[in-house]
Write a protein that binds this ligand. Structure first.
Ligand SMILES: CC#CCOc1ccc(CNS(N)(=O)=O)cc1
Ligand SMILES: [Zn+2]
Length: 260
């Protein structure tokens, strides 16, 4: 059944009715209590090695937009930190809310971030597919990055893809030459814990690696990376007017005006 959502009738509070794992032992997301975190000096740094040519498409998955990668070979992988061996990049997606006061899935010391990027990988050294890996406690590794808004400019990629969802009545669009490591902060310090997918089927197969430093972008970075994104994402022949990408920062109690 795939009509789960985030409304009162089909949201996280009732997911347990159809997905009993919602009441499992290692469910995500969690609130990271920083004072309870234990430093482990034996953990090596996180190392991502992504091949920009492995990106395939951007799609509207119904609950978010997802950028998918060719995971038929070890073209783009993550290693290090709590991981044993390399995990293969499969996709990335974002979680965001109706405004800039909340929207991320994990919290830090009770603090909400407006959005969260998830870069999803699977253990291709031990398993033969993402679906098989997702059935095992060490099958998946998700790199989580918190997003914060700076000044009056919301993170550009959310705006571009939100507009993509509005324009694209189909389900996907071709997408080439994109390296998601450009979305990572300079500091790769992290928290890690064994958890689950944060959406149904809620499988308890994720090694979470959450970067401590959130990302935010200046308007200069927006324009630079927007040109890269624009050149690789044509929406049915429509190019988005760059000016409409800047969504005014709003608190939750005022409507957001989208200039298309
Ligand atoms: C097995 C399965 C399945 C359905 O596909 C996905 C793929 C990725 C994810 C990752 N979700 S999250 N928010 O935990 O990174 C969830 C479901
Ligand atoms: Zn996610």
């Amino acid at each position: 059944m795939d009509n789960w959502g985030y409304a009162d009738h089909n949201g996280p509070k009732v997911w347990h009715e159809l997905f009993p794992l919602a009441n499992g032992e290692r469910q995500s997301p969690i609130d990271i209590v920083t004072k309870a975190a234990i430093y482990d000096p034996s953990l090596p740094p996180i190392n991502v090695d992504y091949d920009p040519s492995s990106v395939k498409l951007i799609m509207n998955s119904g609950h978010t937009f997802t950028v998918e990668f060719d995971d038929g070979e070890d073209k783009s992988v993550i290693r290090g930190g709590p991981l044993h061996g390399s995990y293969r990049l499969q996709q990335f997606h974002f979680h965001w809310g109706p405004c800039d006061d909340y929207g991320a899935e994990h919290k830090v010391d009770g603090r909400d971030y407006p959005a969260e990027l998830h870069i999803v990988h699977w253990n291709a050294e031990k398993f033969s597919s993402f679906v098989e890996a997702a059935q095992n406690p060490d099958g998946l590794a998700v790199l989580g990055i918190f997003l914060k808004v700076r000044n009056l400019i919301r993170i550009h990629l959310l705006s571009i893809c939100l507009i993509f969802l509005l324009y694209q009545d189909g389900k996907q669009s071709s997408f080439t030459n994109f390296d998601p490591s450009c979305l990572l902060p300079d500091c790769k310090e992290f928290w890690t814990y064994p958890g689950s997918l944060t959406i149904p089927p809620l499988l308890e197969s994720v090694i979470w690696i959450l970067l401590k430093e959130p990302i935010a972008v200046s308007s200069r970075q927006v324009w630079t990376s927007m040109q890269t994104f624009h050149s690789s994402c044509v929406l049915r022949g429509k190019f988005i007017n760059p000016l409409c990408l800047f969504l005014p920062l709003k608190s939750c109690n005022t409507p957001v005006l989208l200039f298309l």
